[in-house]
Write a protein that binds this ligand. Structure first.
Ligand code: IMP
Length: 429
């Protein structure tokens, strides 16, 4: 039986929420393994819309939901999200939500630093979600982070805060920001501890046990492979590994636990924040895609940049994440275009290349080479079988499969979960 990892195959916002919800219904355990509350997953269940940022999607279906050590956790954001869910009638008891004891915490000082950098000169701006994600990961690799388990040990917490603040207060002085008072931070953390500690667990051990029992585990990726700290469009990336391999390190299960990798991608491309985007259409076409696709960020409400499908990038992320099958979403947004363009290569300094170059400078210069495909006038929204699709839409999907070197396992034709064409169930592959 395959455990499934779901990852975004573009720059995030590929429509993972609906697919993850459909898979989580079949899973026994749902695990978040990277990122934090910078993510935004929208689920529509029985007409109710749930917007999740930090919690694994399984919480809504009362599945065992796990936040792995690869996540950075803002305890306040966690409690707020739990409160919002409760207001919608979803209670998440501690036995349904387990959080790794070695998860690093996001503190207000991380958010302040993130916001300060984003408000500075354009040279330091990444277009982050200002949730403190980057600064929290910096402290993790700097070996000075406060971890969830530290809240259970007030005696050593004081010393850990001191170590953290010796770094941050020096930085803050340099930026003209007020210093953080260690005693106040200690009091805040002690006050929040009893609310979050009931969820703490040795997650690697729990997952190992579930795996041995033959339970189905769904690893829920956030953001997209092109935002990966190593393999993405650095420095315009998030601060975690978003490729599928992170499911192992970010949860404590060995890589052999991963059975099937499902990559989610839109039938076109979007990105939020700064950074290169070769097929961006900063024109009427981009506007039309954005309006039809309602392309506004779930977390920040920012309008997303829109452009044509980039087969070069998706082919690259298929390889980087070892994607076995794609879930292609929002095909219906392309209904009514006379013709569609798909990027099949780049021109760089007079040469043609078939991959995105690694340097920021070269990425900014890469010019897309397009193939034009005739569009369709029929409506694909709501299609539930291949037979419902116009011939040209099928041609478009088949051409994408060919160009990216990966089959489409699922096709989503509206936010409604029934509007899905299933070719292969990842859990049964
Ligand atoms: P951060 O993750 O807040 O540090 O933001 C870094 C970059 O990742 C920015 O370009 C964000 O717009 C982008 N980003 C972070 N989370 C998401 C997401 O869930 N969807 C799309 N982009 C994201």
């Amino acid at each position: 039986m395959a455990n499934v990892v779901v990852v975004g195959a573009q720059w995030g916002d590929e429509g993972k929420g609906k697919i993850v919800d459909w898979l989580s219904e079949q899973a026994d355990v749902v695990v978040r393994f990277q990122g934090g509350h910078n993510a935004g997953h929208t689920l529509v269940i029985d007409g109710i819309t749930y917007k999740l940022s930090l919690l694994p999607s399984g919480v809504v279906r009362s599945k065992l939901s796990v936040i792995g050590n690869g996540v950075v956790l803002d305890p306040r954001a966690l409690l707020d999200e739990l409160g919002r869910l409760e207001a919608l009638g979803v209670k998440v008891p501690p036995e349904n939500l387990r959080i790794a004891e070695n998860t690093c915490l996001i503190l207000p000082l991380h958010q302040e630093l993130d916001a300060m950098r984003e408000s500075g000169a354009s040279s330091t701006r990444i277009g982050t979600t200002k949730r403190g994600i980057g600064p929290a990961y910096e402290d993790k690799v700097g070996r000075r982070a406060i971890r969830l388990m530290d809240l259970a040990d007030p005696a050593s917490l004081e010393h850990k805060i001191e170590r953290l603040l010796s770094h941050h207060n020096a930085l803050r002085r340099g930026h003209g920001m007020p210093e953080v008072d260690g005693k106040a931070l200690y009091a805040d953390l002690c006050a929040i501890a009893p609310k979050v500690l009931p969820y703490m667990d040795s997650v690697w051990l729990l997952l190992d046990r579930k795996r041995r029992e033959g339970k189905r585990i769904l690893f829920e990726g956030a953001q997209g492979s092109l935002l990966d700290i190593d393999h993405g469009t650095y420095p315009y990336v998030t601060s975690s590994n978003t490729v599928s391999a992170q499911a192992a390190t970010g949860s404590g299960l060995g890589p052999s636990a991963i059975g099937y990798v499902l990559g989610i991608c839109k039938a076109y491309t979007t990105r939020v924040g700064e950074g290169p985007f070769p097929t961006e259409q900063n024109n009427e076409t981009g506007k039309r895609i954005g309006e039809r696709g309602r392309e506004f960020g779930t977390v920040t409400g920012r309008p997303r940049r829109c452009g044509w499908f980039d087969a070069v990038l998706v082919r690259q992320t298929v390889r980087l994440s070892g994607i076995d099958g794609l879930a292609l979403t929002k095909l219906d947004v392309l209904d009514g275009f006379d013709e569609l363009k798909v990027c099949v290569g780049y021109r760089l300094d007079g040469r043609e290349i078939e991959y995105l170059p690694a340097s920021e400078h070269a990425q900014a210069k890469a010019e897309p080479i397009y193939e034009t495909i005739a569009g369709w006038s029929e409506v694909t929204a709501g299609a539930r079988s291949w037979a419902d699709l116009p011939a040209q839409a099928i041609k478009y999907v088949r051409r994408i499969e060919e160009l990216v070197g990966c089959p489409v396992a699922l096709l989503s034709t509206s936010p409604e979960r029934e509007d899905t064409i299933l070719m292969r169930n990842p859990f049964e592959s």
